[in-house]
Design a protein around this ligand. Structure first.
Ligand code: GAL
Length: 447
């Protein structure tokens, strides 16, 4: 069935791309002077990752970047979002620069540009240098200094050619999963880790933004947020209040201080506990006028009140219990969520541009006669794009869309099992096959 929209409906300036991340794709975990990141350490601990998978090789993008960038070109993808590995560039986190690591990113950037592909670079997609974690990582206020140095180094080295920057990927996820739940690197649990990590990541968004603005002429600077449309289980007052708390935590906590609105303490009183970490000028220093905000949406969440869950007094009702369609991650397939999120973030003043910097899905793909017929993924993308278009046609700000993700890759604590790619990877041979969804995206972009 032909999709009910054309690329031209999104306008001539709409940014079309695809997103990846260093740790999930590069491999070469100790090659050419790279230092260990917290994910190198965490993912080799027994039981930390499903099936004890590691990302030592991942998609071997480190060695296959030329082939992969040629593939991007063949798929008509004009914008490529990837992240830099901090410990490849600064193996100790600060101090001495690793020239061979820098040379790798120079080659990737140059290769993109040679193929007419615009690089969109994320400074931090969760792979903190392990040496910094030994000093407390995000819980140590010195990270303001460490992160500033790292941002300065990247801006200086790559800013002549890279003009689209994102400071962070989903700070709520790396602080929540890594410093509260302990299910992501560095595997820390509890409020004493979470609260300082949140506040320091919060400040680093603005620090990174200011450094990029000062050091990169003509840069467009953003940062990215995970977000989900949150709805209460029903209209009862306590479920509605629970939904408000979850929304403050998942969708607002990192953005509002940037916009000068402070932490959403009124709706999530537990955030009062951040006070001991907040120094006198911090809330002023948290503000930054980003050129764009990237929003990353996969699903919606239904929330119920729960006295048993500390701090938020709320629980997410898992999609499988609700009997709705899900992806392999057990996330509900609910395309209107992306529309609702575009609308929500349009409600804030002072966000000049909004882009979708991630959206995609994992399904149980099968290679049959050399092909991957992933109709569910194509439908997922088309249905979400239809919602993006709906927002755009209503006059809301939405200027771009990046699919998560290019090749199947290392899906964090889930290992290689959930495949999100438009391109299938055989992790034994590193052979790539463009899935049917990838063929669809390529022909859509080729219009
Ligand atoms: C995002 C994250 C990506 C990717 C994706 C799918 O939260 O930025 O790295 O893993 O989710 O789970």
């Amino acid at each position: 069935m032909p999709e009910p929209f054309a690329k031209s409906d999104f306008g001539p300036h709409f940014v079309w791309g695809i997103s990846t991340a260093s740790f999930q794709t590069e491999g070469a975990h100790d090659k050419d002077g790279k230092g260990h990141s917290i994910w190198d350490v965490f993912s080799t601990q027994k039981g930390a990752i499903a099936n004890n998978h590691t990302a030592k090789i991942a998609c071997d993008f480190y060695h296959k970047y030329q082939e992969d960038i040629r593939l991007l070109k063949a798929m008509n993808i004009p914008h490529f979002r990837f992240s830099l590995s901090w410990s490849r560039i600064l193996p100790q986190g600060t101090g001495k620069i690793n020239k061979r690591g820098v040379s790798f990113y120079n080659k990737v950037i140059d290769c993109c540009l040679q193929h007419g592909i615009t690089p969109w670079v994320t400074l931090y997609h969760w792979d903190l240098p392990h040496t910094l974690q030994l000093k407390g990582g995000w819980t140590n206020r010195e990270i303001l200094e460490w992160f500033g140095q790292y941002a300065e180094v990247c801006a200086t080295l790559f800013g002549d050619r890279v003009k689209h920057w994102m400071v962070m990927n989903e700070p709520m996820v790396f602080t929540g999963a890594g410093y509260f739940l302990g299910v992501h690197a560095p595997g820390k649990k509890g409020m004493r880790h979470f609260l300082p990590a949140v506040h320091h990541a919060q400040l680093c968004q603005a620090i990174g933004g200011r450094i990029l603005r000062n050091s990169v002429a003509g840069a467009s600077i953003g940062t990215t947020y995970s977000c989900s449309f949150i709805e209460p289980k029903n209209t009862s007052k306590r479920h509605k209040k629970a939904a408000l708390r979850v929304d403050a935590l998942l969708n607002r906590m990192f953005l509002e201080p940037v916009l000068g609105l402070g932490y959403p303490i009124e709706d999530l009183p537990v955030l009062n506990r951040l006070q001991p970490y907040i120094q006198p000028t911090d809330m002023r220093d948290s503000c930054f006028d980003f050129d764009f905000i990237g929003i990353q949406n996969y699903t919606r969440e239904i929330v119920r009140h729960s006295c048993l869950v500390p701090y938020v007094g709320a629980r997410l009702i898992p999609a499988p219990q609700r009997g709705v369609a899900t992806t392999l991650m057990d996330w509900e397939v609910f395309p209107p969520s992306i529309y609702e999120m575009i609308k929500k973030y349009n409600g804030y003043k002072n966000i000049p541009r909004i882009l979708i910097t991630e959206n995609g899905s994992a399904f149980p793909d099968k290679v049959q006669q050399g092909r991957v017929e992933d109709a569910a993924r194509t439908a997922y993308l088309q249905d979400h794009l239809a919602q993006v278009l709906r927002a755009k046609q209503e006059g809301l700000s939405v200027h771009g869309y990046f699919v998560w993700t290019f090749t199947d890759n290392f899906e964090w604590a889930e290992g290689y099992h959930p495949r999100f790619g438009l391109v299938h990877v055989d992790f034994d041979t590193q052979k790539r096959i463009i899935k049917r969804s990838g063929q669809w995206y390529a022909s859509f972009l080729g219009q």
